[in-house]
Design a protein around this ligand. Structure first.
Ligand code: AGP
Length: 609
């Protein structure tokens, strides 16, 4: 995934573009570049490997003038992250500059034809093919040229293009990936997401599938690939720049951990009626069709997959409908039995994860109902689903997901209760009771956040561990997986999560004297069995870090370290148990001096399969 910015207006383009790229750097940071059109009509391109700060040094030494420009911060898909492969990519003559997010699947054939026709290919990127195609086809109408080129591309892309001989216009085009227009006064913007331009304007418009944008200082035109003007709704961005900034914290992740009570409150907000029951109007699936659902699939990746695993327990418990949770990247390739009787829930914070998007498309093709649970309004997954349930967390910038995961789990509960409510598998009073319990969660998370001293104190010890194991039973198991993922992606420490009952079937061989084992203790009928598992690992020298709810003393005698979270029903315990693990992973990364918000090799949304 990459960050893209385009600008035409009255300000110095390099300043506007670079400010936008700084706000998008979380989308990818292998390399970056800008192209501006200077007052003499030259197209000036600067690009540099590494983080944005490297490009800033180049621009400080050689600041291009001009009020039209495009920019890019990259997460490499084709070609190593170096200067040559950084965007903007240009044509033979340097008249065309292109920035691109996505993957052009037929780029090799396109490049081969271009080389046969005499073009000099200078990079390893798929993007460069677009620059040369525009070079050879441009005949005075840049938008028309881009429309024609898009018809010859297969794969996913957002393209933003400028041409030396088209002085007043920047062209954008999108297929499958996000592109939004910022509508200003005497200036207009293109970006991967609104964060890039909300400091300048909050009036925005989503560019839809296979649409091309002509961005000029005094107006914006959007057409389909045949040049037909298309209508579209503008919307007002209600996030302010402060919401997207760090709010005084050192890292976005720290801020977003603290925002979790609000994330839950906002995700619940407006969805409970005066009757105390659920009103999910956005679930644009008829009550009759909901009643006809005979199976549920939850498809997701990474942390969103873990949210889905929690959803399985809740939805099956309340509806007695079988639920399968699938890695989105595997779902469509195993030819699952999916049909009109199937509800597929696609869980994705970004709403742009390619694996999940392709799973959605497969499910739609099989006539299943598809519900997106996402944090990104207007995202591709949301728009390609039958309905979308938004998690309302505000921008989640840190690559390691926190508030979105907790809100996704809440959304899973809401879906389960809504299905139960409509299908009558839970009586209204029970639904009301569950919703009442959920409304207490924001305060319980806030209370949990005040208790993080003991877990922070463990960061030094964990930072030195060769490996860390996480175990839990029932809904504690998905949290064991999530805790392991957080430690892996933030501290680069080998960590694995297991069902506690599984540890003795092999993984216990990993235990050496001093191996930290994090135990997720949900007060549950399985507590006694979990205690057995804790004793098994401790007998082999493990150091046990038990995270348990208040009042659950079952594992306490076997805890080398005991971290308490407030008591709640066991099914909701993940919403509290997850917090100490987020804090632990964040603190360990800080102890190790790592980049908490932008861990190595990762990106905030993986828009390639
Ligand atoms: C979460 O901490 C990870 N960064 C990653 O696993 C993420 O959850 C996954 O890539 C899915 O992203 P999505 O929710 O935007 O689809």
């Amino acid at each position: 995934m990459c960050g893209i910015v385009g600008y035409v207006g009255e300000q110095q383009a390099v300043e506007v573009v670079m400010d936008g790229l700084r706000r998008l750097e979380y989308r990818g940071y292998d390399s970056a570049g800008v192209a501006t059109r200077d007052p003499d009509g030259r197209l000036v391109v600067h690009r540099k490997a590494g983080k944005l700060v490297n490009l800033e040094k180049v621009l400080d030494a050689d600041t291009p003038a001009g009020t039209l420009g495009i920019g890019h911060t990259r997460w490499a898909t084709h070609g190593a992250p170096n200067d040559r492969n950084a965007h903007p990519q240009v044509d033979c003559s340097g008249a065309v500059a292109v920035v691109h997010n996505g993957t052009i699947e037929n780029f090799e054939a396109l490049l081969a034809g271009l080389e046969e026709r005499g073009h000099a290919i200078t990079s390893e990127t798929d993007t460069e093919a677009v620059a040369h195609l525009i070079e050879e086809r441009y005949a005075g109408d840049l938008a028309e040229t881009v429309r024609g080129v898009c018809k010859d591309l297969t794969g996913s892309f957002v393209l933003v293009v400028t041409h030396r001989d088209a002085p007043d216009v920047v062209i954008g085009a999108r297929r499958n990936l996000p592109l939004v227009v910022g509508l200003g006064e005497g200036e207009n913007f293109l970006a991967s997401d609104v964060t890039a331009f909300i400091a300048h304007t909050r009036t925005a418009r989503v560019v839809d599938q296979d649409q091309v944008v002509e961005l000029r200082r005094d107006g914006v035109t959007i057409t389909d690939l045949d040049g037909n003007a298309v209508d579209g709704e503008t919307f007002t961005v209600d996030w302010d720049t402060a919401a997207a900034e760090k709010g005084g914290y050192r890292f976005f992740m720290e801020k977003e951990i603290q925002e979790q009570p609000l994330a839950v409150r906002d995700t619940l907000g407006g969805r409970l009626g005066a009757d105390g029951l659920l009103h999910l109007d956005e679930l644009a699936i008829s009550d009759e069709d909901v009643r006809g659902i005979e199976q549920v699939f939850i498809v997701a990746c990474g942390s969103s997959y873990h949210s889905g695993l929690v959803g399985k327990y809740a939805i099956e418990r309340w509806t007695r409908v079988p639920v399968q949770v699938e890695m989105a990247s595997e779902f469509r390739y195993r030819d699952p039995v999916v049909g009109r009787n199937t509800l597929v829930i696609a869980v994705s914070q970004s709403g742009e994860t390619a694996d999940t998007l392709e799973a959605v498309r497969h499910a739609r093709a099989q006539k299943a109902w598809v519900l997106a649970v996402t944090n990104t309004v207007g995202s591709t997954i949301a728009r390609e689903s039958d309905a979308a349930l938004y998690t309302r967390c505000g921008p989640e910038v840190a690559v390691a997901s926190t508030k979105a995961v907790i809100a996704q789990i809440v959304a899973m509960y809401l879906v389960g209760l809504y299905l139960a409510q409509l299908r009558g598998t839970r009586d209204p009073d029970e639904v009301r009771a569950h919703l009442h319990d959920l409304q207490q969660i924001p305060d319980l998370i806030a209370e949990t956040l005040t208790r993080m001293g003991p877990i922070r104190a463990l960061a030094g010890e964990i930072a030195e561990a060769k490996r860390v194991l996480f175990i839990g039973r029932h809904v504690g198991y998905p949290m064991a997986l999530e805790g392991a993922l957080k430690l892996k992606e933030l501290a680069y420490i080998s960590a694995e999560g297991f069902p506690a009952g599984e540890i003795k079937h092999g993984p216990i061989a990993l235990i050496e004297p001093g191996t930290p084992v994090v135990v997720l203790a949900t007060r549950h009928a399985l507590s006694a069995k979990l205690v057995n598992n804790v004793q098994e690992v401790r007998a082999r020298g493990a150091r046990t870090i038990v995270i348990a709810t208040d009042g659950d003393d079952s594992a306490a005698p076997y805890a080398d370290h005991l971290v308490r979270v407030p008591d709640t029903k066991s099914l909701y315990a993940p919403l509290l148990l997850i917090v100490p693990m987020q804090v632990l992973a964040c603190e360990v990364a800080k102890v190790l001096g790592l980049d908490v918000d932008q861990p190595r090799n990762l990106a905030k949304s993986v828009t390639v399969e």
